[in-house]
Design a protein around this ligand. Structure first.
Ligand code: CP3
Length: 350
């Protein structure tokens, strides 16, 4: 048995240890900015078909690790696999995004399964097992799910929206029905994450991409409390589960998020001010983040300067280098390489 902590920097940070060179991975590190991803992507119309093909999903998961030597691989899949496994119709339209049959009334809620159909997710679990086999013990394998609130916003609207208005309206107009939907999502996500741990992930990230659109009380009700329950229930079945929370836009409510939600690491979006994060967040829990994806797209002196500020603020305590949200599709590969070298203090050649 290899001592994974001895060889794996990301697992050490999850265990609250500090690294001199921080581990690094990026949200959406597998995706359209990579030519090797686009080569596989062009073979299917619907992105969902990639997620449902265990070999492709495993290969794509490994692509950025092979190319850049990241410290973590994140399972290539999507947060909308949960509604898919609850029986909601799902397709992805190229260049537009996901389409579901909008669940905007009580009848729609009744048609939803109460539990995940695990057969539909079998390729996801198989992809995890495949990646695990091929991955060096020095690289962490991350699973994930969407937080109940963020997943619900897509289920209610049937697509991505600028302001999550359909779900916010539904939650105000039909609080009991919305509670039922959130409860179904908590249970489904517990099951999904436990199965991901069984299949071989080292840790999971809970993406609450749309946490920031809610007033503080609603944030507590629909983000903090359901995520707290989700985590407690996962830990009841997998006591050593390591969990990264990503409440994007949590802002001034981050302290309350940490009061309620027992994460091992909190992911910060790019708007969180560095001194605030260092003094009020990193004193409580290791942090992950939070380079602006737009500065990575930009490159140049602005990129170098932003990286240095983050390292200066966060290196003294346990820290995982990441973006504040996903890699943008037009990001040049050379900018990613430049960023990794700067974080790892590898001198530029040529
Ligand atoms: O981080 C990773 O590399 C792992 C893979 C991953 C994807 N989606 C792949 C994907 C992860 C962790 C997600 C999570 C996800 N999916 C979130 C939460 C995090 C975030 O980015 O906000 C959300 C809100 C979704 C829902 C979703 N999936 C949308 C709104 C879209 C369309 C917009 C877009 O970026 O294309 C997707 C599609 C999607 N998920 C793609 C990828 C690589 C692009 C599909 C394609 O290649 O056509």
């Amino acid at each position: 048995m290899i001592d994974r902590l001895a060889v794996n920097p990301l697992l050490r940070v999850l265990a609250n240890q500090r690294e001199t060179i921080p581990p690094i991975w990026l949200m959406r590190q597998a995706g359209r900015y990579l030519p090797e991803y686009r080569a596989i992507r062009s073979q299917v119309n619907d992105f969902l078909d990639l997620c449902l093909n265990a070999k492709w999903a495993a290969d794509i998961t490994l692509q950025p690790v092979h190319r850049f030597g990241f410290d973590a691989a994140i399972l290539f899949s999507d947060i909308l696999m949960v509604p898919y496994a609850l029986g909601q119709h799902l397709t992805f339209i190229e260049g537009e995004g996901p389409r579901l049959n909008a669940l905007n009334d009580l009848a729609g809620l009744k048609r939803l399964r109460r539990e995940i159909d695990d057969e539909k997710l079998a390729p996801v679990y198989e992809a995890i097992a495949r990646v695990r086999q091929d991955l060096s013990p020095a690289v962490a394998l991350l699973g994930f799910c969407g937080a109940p609130w963020t997943v619900a916003t897509y289920m209610v609207a049937g697509c991505g929206t600028a302001d999550q208005l359909p779900a916010r309206l539904f939650a105000y107009r039909h609080p009991e029905a919305f509670t039922q939907l959130i409860d179904v999502l908590v249970e489904a996500s517990v099951h999904y994450l436990v199965r991901q741990f069984d299949a071989g992930v080292d840790a999971v990230q809970i993406f609450d991409t749309w946490a920031g659109v809610l007033p503080a009380d609603e944030f507590r009700r629909w983000c903090i409390m359901p995520t707290a329950r989700l985590i407690a229930k996962v830990r009841a079945q997998v006591p050593r589960a390591r969990i990264i929370g990503f409440p994007r836009g949590g802002g001034t409510e981050l302290g309350r998020y940490l009061d309620g939600v027992a994460v091992n690491v909190v992911g910060l979006d790019w708007t969180v001010e560095l001194d605030f994060a260092r003094d009020h967040v990193q004193t409580r829990v290791p942090i992950q983040g939070n380079l602006d994806p737009v500065v990575l797209l930009s490159g140049g002196a602005a990129l170098d300067c932003a990286i240095d500020s983050i390292l200066e603020a966060f290196l003294p305590r346990p820290f995982i280098f990441n973006l504040g949200h996903g890699v943008l599709p037009d990001t040049p590969i050379s900018h990613v390489e430049r960023m990794i070298n700067r974080v790892r203090k590898i001198p530029a050649c040529g």
